[in-house]
Design a protein around this ligand. Structure first.
Ligand code: FE2
Ligand code: FE2
Length: 281
């Protein structure tokens, strides 16, 4: 059952004058990736074909993910009345395909699949929290807070199933860590970059991964504050079987924050300030 409905969002409180310059582009990209959740459910149900509980959970989960896409898309159409969400999404679906013909996980095991899902939900949970905190536009803020709460529940859902499979498959700590790290770095693959392209670039312009991921990342990374990274690091550590709070978490959060700043500077083409990373705030 969905925890909120799109028509419960106070759309009449929309204030275009309070939209931050980069918000529309990243919301358009996110709307398409989220709306594509239905294909992920098909893939998950193939991978977990003999697990009725997980298949049911995947169906419920996909309904919520598609709703995220529809809510973000509706906001983007308010912010940019000339934008055609349907046309952009059709273009995205035609160019970005998931491996729907597989019946085993691309991660090599079911535990690995669920760890990867935990990483995605960690990323989305922290991203929508950060976007809600960064925006002054009340409707986007409202939508992002609703979505962030869903994403955190999704994390818990996949985490609980992951623990169940871990008891059977016994993936080592390093195998889990490798899968988690691998999925985090995949955020720079085509999924978001191509969504950015379809949502924001003119029809005649050919897709170029490096241009599009830089355009997306430089905007998306700009919404984070240290507290969002700190929170997501706790979720990452928990997913691989480590304590989510403590000295390791503190150190890892500071390293992740510095890496984020460095990566963002690389995407913007800016040099590091005096050879140092930006300090955590
Ligand atoms: Fe989502
Ligand atoms: Fe989610």
């Amino acid at each position: 059952m969905k925890h909120w409905r799109i028509d419960e969002v106070p759309w009449d409180r929309f204030q275009p004058s309070r939209i931050a310059p980069d918000a529309i582009q990243i919301v358009k990209a996110a709307a398409m990736v989220e709306r594509n959740g239905i294909d992920y459910a098909i893939y998950l149900k193939n991978v977990f074909h003999d697990d009725p509980a997980l298949k049911q959970a995947a169906d419920n989960w996909a309904v919520e993910e598609v709703q995220h896409g529809m809510a973000l898309g509706r906001w983007a159409m308010l912010a940019d009345p000339g934008w055609d969400f349907e046309a952009a999404f059709t273009r995205y679906r035609e160019g970005f395909k998931l491996p729907l013909d597989r019946d085993t996980s691309v991660r090599g095991s079911r535990t690995g699949e669920l760890i990867a899902r935990c990483m995605v939900e960690t990323g989305t949970s922290s991203y929508y929290s950060a976007l809600a905190d960064a925006t002054e536009e009340p409707v986007l803020q409202h939508v992002c807070r609703l979505i962030a709460a869903d994403e955190y529940r999704h994390f818990k859902l996949f985490y609980d199933h992951m623990r169940r499979y871990l008891g059977r498959e016994n993936l080592s700590f390093f195998q889990r860590l490798k899968i988690a790290a691998g999925r985090i770095t995949e955020s720079e693959d085509d999924e978001l970059a191509y969504a950015y392209h379809c949502g924001n670039e003119p029809l005649g312009l050919p897709y170029a991964h490096d241009r599009c991921i830089a355009a997306y990342m430089v905007r998306a990374m700009g919404v984070y504050r240290f507290r969002h990274i700190e929170r997501s690091m706790g979720m990452v550590l928990k997913s691989v079987g480590l304590r989510p709070r403590g000295r390791l978490s503190d150190v890892a959060s500071r390293v992740a924050w510095k890496l984020l700043q460095r990566r963002r500077r690389r995407f913007t083409g800016q040099p590091a300030p005096q050879g140092q990373f930006v300090e955590a705030v």
